[in-house]
Design a protein around this ligand. Structure first.
Ligand SMILES: NC(=O)c1ccc[n+]([C@@H]2O[C@H](COP(=O)([O-])OP(=O)(O)OC[C@H]3O[C@@H](n4cnc5c(N)ncnc54)[C@H](OP(=O)(O)O)[C@@H]3O)[C@@H](O)[C@H]2O)c1
Length: 267
């Protein structure tokens, strides 16, 4: 029998719930999981659902039990939580904490392991429906995320932060779709019908783009017949400065993330 890999999660919130749910839905029994007692409701729910999931006595107990430990608390309390944790050198810590780079995690932990990885999962990993950005790549961590939707790697921590900035596009996606559906609703279309239409349109477009590596500007031209209404929408949005705003918006996010990454670092 293959020895199950032991995983620990410090912070049993939404993203831990999504990863654990995805893992057991996709991979069955290859993992043993140790959860921190907080959040009590989520950790109990997962432990009741899967016999391989255990609730630890405290955060250090999670670390002591696991080969790979996911750090999944909010940034506001991360320094305090990490400062109380001692790892063995052979363990691997996976920081999911926004703005906590590898160096900051290393400096924050009481005793740090040799391997520290950053991972950027989305809640859709629960359905194996989104890919997770990793830096640096660690084979066992990559295997975990490959089993729940796939992984993507980048070449530096700055690139990782650029991907983190891109992950801040979720609210924009829904806000845009809401504005579009509301526009149709104001013209008498049932909001639910407009919403369903737009979501199937966006899903179809995303599926099309994922079929190969065709550059997105090429797809934009392909889907914008000369003189047609798609071309008109792109043209009007360009005139309104929408694409210039994209650059300046993500520049701001990048600056904010860099400031978080620097804050609290030892000199
Ligand atoms: N949600 C996402 O899509 C996502 C994606 C990628 C990365 N992340 C990152 O993952 C981290 C967690 O995000 P989340 O969305 O899962 O947040 P969350 O739902 O608020 O979960 C954080 C959990 O930490 C627990 N906690 C509070 N104090 C603790 C302590 N001293 N020791 C152990 N656990 C403690 C909280 O428990 P109580 O409820 O009892 O306070 C809560 O359940 C954040 O740093 C976030 O940036 C999130």
């Amino acid at each position: 029998m293959i020895h199950p890999i032991s995983l620990g999660f410090v912070g049993s919130g939404d993203i831990t719930h999504a990863i654990v749910t995805g893992l057991f839905a996709q991979t069955g029994q290859r993992y043993e999981v140790w959860l921190s007692p907080r959040n009590a409701h989520i950790s109990k729910e997962l432990a009741d659902r899967y016999p391989e999931v255990h609730v630890a006595q405290d955060n250090q107990h999670v670390v002591s039990q696991a080969e790979i430990v996911f750090l999944a608390v909010r940034p506001q309390i991360a320094s305090e939580v990490l400062g109380a944790l001692s790892f063995r050198p052979d363990q691997c810590a996976v920081s999911l904490i926004a703005g906590y780079g590898t160096q900051k995690v290393r400096e924050s932990l009481r005793d740090a392991p040799e391997r520290i990885v950053r991972a950027l999962p989305l809640l859709m990993v629960a359905r194996a429906a989104s890919r997770t950005v990793l830096y640096p790549v660690e084979t066992r961590v990559r295997d975990i995320f490959d089993s729940i939707g796939g992984s993507l790697s980048v070449d530096s921590e700055d690139q990782y932060d650029a991907m983190l900035a891109l992950s801040a596009s979720m609210g924009l996606f829904f806000a845009t779709a809401h504005a579009q559906s509301s526009w149709a609703a104001e013209r008498g279309v049932d909001y639910a019908v407009a919403r369903a239409y737009l979501m199937s349109l966006y899903r179809g477009l995303a599926d099309t783009a994922l079929l190969d590596d065709t550059p997105l500007d090429q797809l934009a031209r392909h889907y914008s017949t000369t003189g047609g209404i798609n071309e008109q929408v792109v043209s009007l949005m360009t005139q309104a400065g929408m694409f210039e705003h994209i650059d300046s918006t993500y520049d701001s996010i990048e600056k904010r993330l860099a400031a978080i990454r620097q804050s609290g670092r030892k000199a």
